[in-house]
Design a binder for this molecule. Structure first.
Ligand code: HEC
Length: 157
């Protein structure tokens, strides 16, 4: 009786061990998927700000694309929290674990970006390039404020 119990117990352990291993792998894949998604979104943010900067510097003409770029940053800013599920860090990620121990601060920095990006959309629509330049700086600072606290320095290859 005792033997049977032990054997059954060992079998259970192996089974549970196997399930645990496959769950871990699935989670790692999911985590990398979300990391890639948020890095792509962040890259789009960077490109959008670059496009607006060109207009501010007189290297590109002001137009509907200027407004579109600002709107992209605004809509992206609203998606940021959902792209940081708890503890989603992979070797390719530069996210700091502090994001989840200080989630309120992280969210607050994102809210600030939302506010400043909404203002950027307004000034972009109005079309005063000087005002666009001033608000672009404020938005850049809102991006930087989060990176300073919650992003690892670039990994040396
Ligand atoms: C609330 C925090 C937060 C805000 C606001 C934020 N970022 Fe990020 N950003 C991050 C974090 C965290 C990472 C690292 C993500 C990772 O590697 O998993 C990152 C990564 C990036 C990257 C590198 C992407 C890559 O290829 O690895 C760029 C570029 C970037 N952000 C641009 C921006 C720009 C531009 C803005 C403002 C319009 C912005 N970010 C606003 C937190 C933020």
């Amino acid at each position: 009786m005792r033997m049977t119990y032990l054997v059954a117990g060992a079998g259970m352990l192996i089974l549970v061990g196997g399930v645990a291993a496959s769950v871990t792998t699935a989670r790692a894949d999911d985590a990398q998927a979300v990391v890639t998604k948020r890095q792509d979104l962040m890259k789009t943010n960077g490109k959008s700000l670059q496009a607006i900067l060109k207009v501010v510097k007189g290297q590109a003409a002001y137009g509907p694309d200027t407004v579109k770029a600002a709107e992209t940053v605004l809509s992206n800013s609203k998606e940021i929290p959902s792209l940081f599920p708890k503890d989603s860090i992979t070797p390719k990620s530069r996210a700091k674990p502090e994001i989840w121990t200080h989630w309120d601060v992280f969210k607050q920095k994102d809210s600030n970006l939302q506010i400043q990006a909404a203002k950027l959309v307004e000034v972009a629509k109005a079309g005063d390039v000087k005002a666009i330049g001033a608000q672009l700086q404020v938005v850049g600072k809102a991006c930087g404020a989060c990176h300073e606290t919650f992003r690892q320095p670039e990994k040396k290859q």
